[in-house]
Ligand binder design. Structure first.
Ligand code: FMN
Length: 305
């Protein structure tokens, strides 16, 4: 078969392949660079950034669950300025696109970060309005249509890079949120973030997580991701970066068939650091075996009954 075309274009930015790392599961790439060449990735979405450094939530902040995990990291990060100075130059050394994921407590926080990051060397901005693990902001924006619209519009007014809005699955109708983000001017969407959950230690009768609740990720959430990506694909005309439980090449294919133009790998990389690369190879193998020459042909290829 002739050479595979794996390149995808997300809001004007060309990824050499559709495989992206999911924010918060890949740090700033340093640890993973010891396992594989980061230039093999389509893009890297870095750990969620805040205006000021953040210590995150007290431990324990991870709990296992059947086919998944709960986390309540609470956006621990060195802050946007330190990221630009200390982490970005290292990542820029690789031939991959860089997505700066950002979180805020107020609309002004998001706008300020978008301004700062627009003047940096990142390729795209990802606005996390869906973190279930911080008391203010985060998910509070992502579960209300008007807030989704307002944050998107405000960030777009100052951003000089394409803006991806990361949607929360903790809503009744994700299509409404997707529409609000598109009306606000979003260039792309990413979904899903984690689903709010809780585990209790039956001996101590206390929640396992010190934060009491956390976000569920991993294979357990995959069918929800497939359904939500499909719903959003049917609703908007902007590209989708799909994620949630992707663990094998076939999962990436499935999420693309549901409507994703690119696929992010999160929790799977915490189990096996080589997961993003193995998933990329699995996707290519599927293409070869099924005569798919161009990966973009997979997006939305599922045929509903
Ligand atoms: C430990 C951990 C930390 C995360 N931190 C962030 C974050 O900082 N910003 C963000 O937008 N999403 C964050 N996420 C959500 C992931 O990017 C992703 O949306 C979610 O985990 C679903 O994908 P997965 O099942 O492949 O992990 C985090 C997830 C995990 C497991």
């Amino acid at each position: 078969m002739s050479k595979l075309n794996t390149a995808v274009n997300i809001a004007g930015v060309e990824f050499k392949n559709p495989i992206v790392t999911a924010s918060g599961t890949f740090g700033f790439g340093r640890e993973f660079s010891e396992f594989f060449d980061l230039s093999q990735l389509g893009a890297v979405s870095v750990k969620g950034l805040t205006l000021k450094p953040k210590a995150g939530n007290p431990p324990p902040r991870a709990a296992e669950s059947a086919s998944g995990m709960l986390n309540s990291v609470g956006l621990q990060n060195p802050g946007v300025e330190s990221f630009i100075k200390d982490e970005l130059p290292f990542l820029r050394g690789f031939d991959t696109k860089i997505i700066a994921n950002m979180a805020g407590n107020t609309v002004e926080d998001y706008v300020e970060m978008a301004r700062i990051l627009s003047d940096s060397d990142v390729d795209m901005l990802e606005v996390n309005i869906s973190c279930p693990n911080v008391k203010e902001g985060g998910v509070a924006f992502g579960v209300d249509e008007r807030s989704v619209y307002e944050v998107t519009k405000s960030v777009k007014a100052v951003a000089k890079k394409p803006v991806i809005i990361k949607l929360s699955p903790n809503v009744t109708d994700i299509k409404k949120m997707a529409r609000a983000a598109e009306s606000g001017g979003a260039d792309a969407l990413s979904l899903i973030n984690t689903l709010l959950g809780m585990r209790i230690d039956i001996k101590t009768r206390r929640p396992i997580l010190k934060n009491n609740t956390g976000g569920l990720s991993g294979p357990a959430v995959f069918p929800i991701a497939v359904r939500m990506v499909h719903d959003v694909y049917e609703t908007v005309n902007i590209p989708i970066i799909g994620m949630g439980g992707v663990a094998r090449g076939e999962d990436a294919v499935e999420l693309m068939m549901a409507g994703a133009s690119a696929v992010a790998v999160g929790s799977a990389a915490l189990v096996n650091p080589l997961a993003p690369i193995e998933i990329k190879r699995g996707l290519e193998k599927f293409m070869e075996e099924n005569d798919v020459c161009d990966v973009t042909a997979l997006t939305g290829a599922a045929r509903m009954w």
